[in-house]
Design a protein. Structure first.
Length: 317
């Protein structure tokens, strides 16, 4: 039986249960640790906040969470392990590098696809640093409207590491662009696209964009609920209800891309922005999106498929 690497050991896909497929505990942009003008990172209180948050989510039914933080924007798998142990929620961490404009690129730009593939495979099979924690998912990312040569190398390294280990791939896209092109690169490397989630696909409400990708057999992440300033929830919901209405519920997963704690300075939240992210928290799907789906006539088995069945099949594939 296939086993999933979590930060506290392996679990079988059947044991994942209700899963949020894209949430973050910590994010820190490269260089955050050089900002001496902000108070030192309070690890203990951050840990306490994350554990409390996950315990509340557990009471709402959450059993597992994927934190697809790439290696280069503040990933801390020991922190994830402590949160998972204290909360009782399974957490899966990622290997992989972020998109060029926001990643920490200087070193890896000088490496070959094969060098990078070896790093990813090592983090999956041997573990991350000396933590003993193994990555259970591979992350890659592209920016808006184009894939840079560096990002293409990372997509190819992710494909090759996936083919060597069987660990699935999850991606970041900007503003609902380049998902189709990501799939073309994966397919050119021989990846079976049922092992791929095209993340942040709800950043577009263009149903042709969605169905072009769904027809290739991948999963789509409707995984930025609550980020109204990027794309309004009612458009994310309209697209989701439409796609589920024509039978694509077996290929969609739900999440928020929430960030529990920022390293260094976080978002600069103006009063206007605050109004547009008031629902951007990892309980929003359970408290508001699922009820909205029910109100629109989406049957419970379809909702269960997106929150339970699809995460399981994605890892089983
Ligand atoms: Zn994310």
């Amino acid at each position: 039986m296939k086993q999933i690497n979590t930060v506290t050991g392996t679990v079988s896909p059947e044991k994942l249960g209700t899963t949020l497929m894209h949430e973050h505990l910590l994010i820190g942009w490269a260089g955050w640790e050089l900002d001496c003008a902000v108070p030192k990172f309070e690890r203990k209180s951050a840990l306490k906040n994350c554990v409390e948050q996950l315990k509340q989510l557990k009471d709402m039914g959450l059993e597992s969470m994927i934190d697809p933080c790439p290696m280069d924007i503040g990933r801390d798998v020991t922190f994830m392990g402590e949160v998972a142990s204290a909360s009782g929620v399974n957490i899966v961490c990622a290997t992989g590098l972020y998109k060029e404009d926001l990643g920490n690129t200087a070193y890896f730009k000088q490496r070959t696809i094969e060098d990078i593939t070896e790093v990813y495979v090592s983090e999956i099979t041997k573990g991350i640093g000396d933590t003993g924690i193994k990555a259970g998912i591979i992350k890659c990312a592209t920016g808006k409207d184009k894939i840079t040569p560096y990002e293409e190398n990372l997509l190819r390294a992710a494909s090759r590491a996936h083919k060597r280990t069987g660990v699935p791939i999850t991606t970041h896209t900007d503003e609902g662009t380049m998902g189709r092109e990501q799939l073309d690169i994966f397919a050119s490397e021989g990846v079976d696209l049922s092992h791929v989630i095209i993340g942040h696909s709800c950043g577009s409400s263009d149903l042709r964009y969605h169905t072009d990708m769904l027809d290739k057999g991948c999963f789509l992440g409707f995984d930025r609920f609550g980020l109204d300033f990027l794309h309004p929830d009612r458009l994310r919901l309209a697209a989701l209800i439409g796609l589920v209405g024509v039978g694509f519920e077996q290929q969609i997963v739900l999440s928020h891309d929430s960030v529990a704690c920022w390293l260094g300075r976080g978002l600069d939240v103006t009063p206007q922005l605050a109004r547009m992210i008031e629902n951007w928290k990892p309980s929003h799907v359970f408290q508001n999106i699922v009820p909205a789906l029910r109100k629109a006539g989406v049957a419970q088995p379809k909702i269960d498929a997106m929150l339970v069945g699809n995460p399981r099949r994605y890892f089983q594939n």
